[in-house]
Design a binder for this molecule. Structure first.
Ligand code: ZN
Length: 481
């Protein structure tokens, strides 16, 4: 490893992959710094090195990230969603970039969306879109990852949130239409549906009683009941997505970012004909989507494998994928963390054109690292998570059974990492992350957060290896054999 030696003899290790002409990143112990020749636009402290030259030492703040993005365009996100294979790997904590990039250097056919955060995640981690983007820029620079990556304003719901992501430099918008999807319709009888339905002559002429042959042996048709239900559930969501797209994402017809429409955060699965209706309507109205995320059958719960009938999943995946191909976009698979049994058919049926989103699984790996390296700290986190679970479960659909988690006081330190093989235990830690990170004592100091970050800093090489293996397992499972 190359050393950067100061005039006073102090030495720093240089990250080999970060070395560019006149700029590199060094490990300064508790933090990393960008070192550059003067005059390249970096603000910071002037330092004399042993080779007789003066350099600028810059902390990893927003100004430094902006300077990097200006000087090295590949450290800025770009619109990559049109590539065949993309994978969103949100880095909630801002420490997962090195491990993630290691995966995509091994699987260069998949392009990552390295910055990917929802408003809920920003709030729970006290971060901003800018901060999340900057962390990704630093990881990209540190690792010399020059082949492109994206930034996703994930599950944004309002015009303000869309603008917030776009003005922060995000290259993808995931438009969450869930608040405009009527979840009460699915359970209604045909008579009740008929009563609720308000005649829409335009849509009736287009869909009612019609059949659509979309190729590959797939025909979509709407009888009266399905048509009325579909309109009642999705018509408003389509209107909403169209309005946001035209006013904010593509004003004047030129898109400022890749646009994904997400209808996955709903109570009931999107049946293929409904997916067809949404896409057909978006297309007819001139909304150009890069991806659509339906809610698949079965359950895609956080941080654990697929729950449900895999044959049915594969059959429906085939139709969803054909609908996407028919309209010329990619299928987006959300809540993709750890859905190992569903990946092979997803890769096959999409014919290798997909967007796979994972998010919280890198948090679970980060906490598993704590269980390995600092058992006492993990025990404290685990006990607090049990107390906080009820509060956290208001925001997630999970079927966690806390009684299936062994009493941590009966486990030896060496047994603690095995808790991450237990689905109930995984979900316990998965959904309580915000409360764990934010817990403060009576003096206003963080109970866990600072110790956790300091451990992640110390063992960052181990964490990168954990992610390389775990996220790498996702990548290899969805790639066609
Ligand atoms: Zn989603």
């Amino acid at each position: 490893m190359q050393k950067f030696v100061l005039l006073n003899g102090k030495e720093f290790s240089v990250y080999e992959d970060s070395i560019q002409k006149d700029v590199c990143m060094i490990d300064a112990g508790r933090e990393d710094l960008v070192v550059s020749a003067p005059g390249l636009g970096f603000a910071g402290e002037l330092v004399d090195s042993k080779d007789g030259k003066t350099y600028v030492f810059s902390r990893l703040n927003h100004a430094t990230a902006e300077s990097l993005r200006k000087l090295f365009p590949w450290t800025a996100p770009s619109r990559v969603l049109g590539r065949d294979k993309t994978m969103g790997v949100g880095d909630r904590l801002g420490v997962a970039g090195d491990g993630h990039i290691r995966v995509f250097k091994k699987f260069p056919e998949i392009t990552p969306i390295l910055a990917q955060q929802s408003i809920r995640e920003l709030t729970l981690t006290n971060r901003t879109f800018a901060d999340v983007l900057d962390s990704a820029t630093f990881a990209v620079f540190r690792n010399g990852f020059t082949t492109g990556w994206g930034a996703d304003g994930d599950h944004v719901k309002t015009a303000e949130e869309v603008e917030y992501a776009l003005t922060s430099g995000y290259t993808m918008i995931t438009m969450d239409c869930s608040e405009h999807i009527d979840n009460t319709i699915e359970a209604l009888s045909s008579e009740e549906v008929n009563k609720k339905y308000v005649k829409n002559a335009e849509l009736e002429a287009l869909y009612l009683g019609k059949s659509f042959d979309i190729g590959n042996g797939v025909t979509i048709s709407f009888d009266e009941d399905l048509f009325r239900r579909t309109v009642l559930i999705y018509a408003e969501a389509v209107d909403y997505a169209e309005g946001i797209y035209k006013k904010h994402v593509a004003p004047g017809g030129v898109a400022r970012a890749d646009f994904e429409v997400s209808i996955d955060e709903t109570m009931t699965p999107t049946i293929p004909a409904q997916h067809f209706f949404v896409s057909s309507e978006l297309t007819r109205r001139g909304v150009k989507v890069a991806t659509v995320a339906p809610r698949f059958c079965g359950e895609f719960q956080k941080g654990i494998d697929y729950i449900g009938d895999l044959d049915q999943f594969e059959r429906e995946m085939r139709v969803h994928a054909q609908i996407a191909r028919h309209f010329g976009y990619k299928l987006s698979i959300h809540s993709g963390s750890d859905k190992f049994s569903a990946f092979p058919s997803s890769g096959r049926e999409t014919q290798g054109r997909f967007h796979l989103k994972t998010a919280g699984t890198n948090w679970l790996e980060a906490v598993r690292l704590i269980a390995v390296k600092d058992p006492a700290l993990y025990r404290g986190i685990h006990k607090y998570a049990l107390e906080a679970f009820k509060e956290a479960s208001k925001y997630y659909h999970v079927t966690t059974d806390l009684t299936k988690i062994p009493d941590i006081d009966t486990l030896t330190d060496a047994q603690l990492p095995d808790l991450f093989k237990n689905n109930d235990s995984r979900q316990l830690i998965h959904i309580t992350y915000g409360l764990i990170l934010n817990l403060k004592d009576e003096f206003g100091r963080f109970v866990f957060k600072d110790r956790m970050y300091s451990l992640w800093r110390t063992y960052r090489e181990d964490y990168a290896e954990y992610l390389f293996n775990h996220i790498g397992h996702h990548a290899s499972a969805i790639l066609l054999k």
